[in-house]
Design a protein around this ligand. Structure first.
Ligand code: SF4
Length: 107
């Protein structure tokens, strides 16, 4: 059977080892993931090739009404965010109301 002091030491060791994890989890969201630069066709030849636009309402064919980044399977931003990451453009955030020819409807 453990003595009260050895149980306390075990608890303190456990808390001590979890300290960095607790500290990271308590950081504000902005300190954990800095926003990425916004995707532009000037910054990315792939974006140009896929006809990326910040405004899906101005996209040409093969764009279809209702398609935008926020409902694309490659979009990784959270609902309500103006910009978020896209699996096709690592290192950039795309406009939730944008669109490109890599669009694929969410399942
Ligand atoms: S792949 Fe989807 S989320 Fe990414 S830029 Fe194109 S339409 Fe937007």
């Amino acid at each position: 059977m453990n003595s009260p002091s050895s149980t306390r030491r075990g608890f303190l060791a456990l808390v001590g080892s979890a300290g960095p994890v607790i500290w990271l989890a308590s950081l504000p969201r902005s300190a954990q993931a800095a926003p990425l630069p916004h995707l532009t066709v000037a910054a990315s030849p792939t974006a140009a090739a896929l006809k990326y636009t910040e405004d899906a309402s101005k996209a040409g064919a093969p764009h279809k009404p209702g398609q935008d980044c926020s409902n694309c399977q490659h979009y990784q931003g959270k609902a309500g965010q103006a910009y978020g990451p896209c699996a096709l453009f690592p290192g950039f955030d795309v406009n939730a109301k944008g669109w490109c020819a890599g669009y694929g409807a969410k399942a």
